[in-house]
Ligand binder design. Structure first.
Ligand code: SF4
Length: 331
């Protein structure tokens, strides 16, 4: 097996600004047929996500076999917003800008709705992209053998010349992170900005993030932040590990203040139910949260904490350790 590039996202720093989404969209998916295509999106949790209800649509692996899920319906992606510019600016027929047609859904449609009951309501943002899985079910499901995983960095790509538009990959990806381009007739997905990473540059979503929450590097680099967060401190966890694809995008789970009790004082109950966090990040989330709390407490007492220093990332360059990669292209 070759090397694997990976990303860790600290959910405690995501402000839901969508700078990553816009950076990705303007770089890669601004053509016809890509209007509702978001290789990177940020959704509010708990929520139905994008495409709508992706967590209920199936895919991944079961007993060593690929499990084909449902194909999301068009309404699950919503539609590109057409505004009434003409009516407002040129015809004087309307005073306010608004969408011409009601929209069924869209990225972060249920923004900040979250869960829980006042005063113990809660939400957090979950940025999502293709996980460039170690065991990609999309690759296995493709009848045209159009999907491949690169030896040099483990990036999962779709060869547009081989793709015949069967969309089995979309059904097989449990994260629903492959999109179908009806105009081009092919499936398309996040390419981990490989033209940038090959030169040692971070992917656009990571470089543009004002919250500095995305770390990028190789999993096996013992001197990099990825290795420290995933293997040494064990605070970065894959999303839905039970899907069986072994994601290479990891999340530092959200640490919220405890819930209020009836007197308005902090109780010792977590604000976000642990069953919910376990359902997203697996059983390792208990230990990860305990470690995060312990290290936060150390800093509060004025003691040093290597983990907190990594996560705070005072220097943006400390987020990335991406050596240049030479890829043998057959052109
Ligand atoms: Fe394939 Fe989905 Fe995994 Fe990406 S997240 S490698 S599209 S199975």
């Amino acid at each position: 097996m070759g090397r694997q590039i990976a990303m860790v996202l600290d959910l405690n720093k995501c402000i839901g600004c969508q700078a990553c989404t816009v950076a990705c969209k303007s770089l890669w998916t601004d053509e016809e047929g890509q209007q509702t295509m978001f290789w990177n999106n940020v959704e509010t949790m708990p929520g139905r996500g994008y495409p709508r209800d992706w967590q209920q649509q199936g895919g991944g692996w079961e007993n060593g076999e690929v499990r084909l899920g449902e194909l999301p319906e068009e309404a699950d992606y919503g539609s590109a917003i057409e505004l009434n510019h003409e009516e407002v600016y040129f015809r004087g027929e309307d005073a306010y800008l608004h969408a011409k047609e009601p929209m069924p859904w869209g990225p972060n449609w249920d923004e900040d709705a979250g869960g829980g009951v006042y005063p113990n309501n809660y939400f957090f943002y979950l940025p999502r992209l293709c996980n460039h899985c170690t065991h990609p079910s999309c690759l296995e499901a493709c009848p045209a053998r159009a999907i491949y995983k690169r030896e040099e960095d483990g990036i999962v790509l779709i060869d547009p010349d081989k793709c015949e538009g069967y969309q089995m990959c979309i059904r097989a990806c449990p994260y629903k992170k492959i999109y179908f381009n009806k105009v081009a007739g092919v499936s398309q997905k996040c390419i981990f900005c490989f033209p940038r990473t090959e030169k040692g540059e971070a992917p656009a979503c990571a470089r543009q993030c004002p919250g500095r929450l995305r770390f990028v590097g190789f999993l096996d680099d013992p001197d990099g932040p990825i290795y420290a967060l995933v293997y040494k401190w064990k605070v970065a966890l894959p999303l839905h590990p039970e899907y069986g694809t072994e994601p290479n995008v990891f999340y530092v789970p959200p640490v919220l203040p405890d819930a209020f009790d009836e007197d308005g004082r902090f109780s010792d109950r977590p604000r976000i139910p642990m069953e919910y966090l376990r359902s997203l990040f697996g059983s390792g989330v208990d230990e990860a949260l305990a470690t995060l709390r312990q290290e936060m407490d150390k800093r509060r007492r004025g003691e040093s904490s290597e983990l907190m220093d990594i996560l705070i990332a005072r220097e943006w360059k400390s987020l990335f350790r991406i050596p240049r990669v030479r890829v043998a292209y057959n052109v």
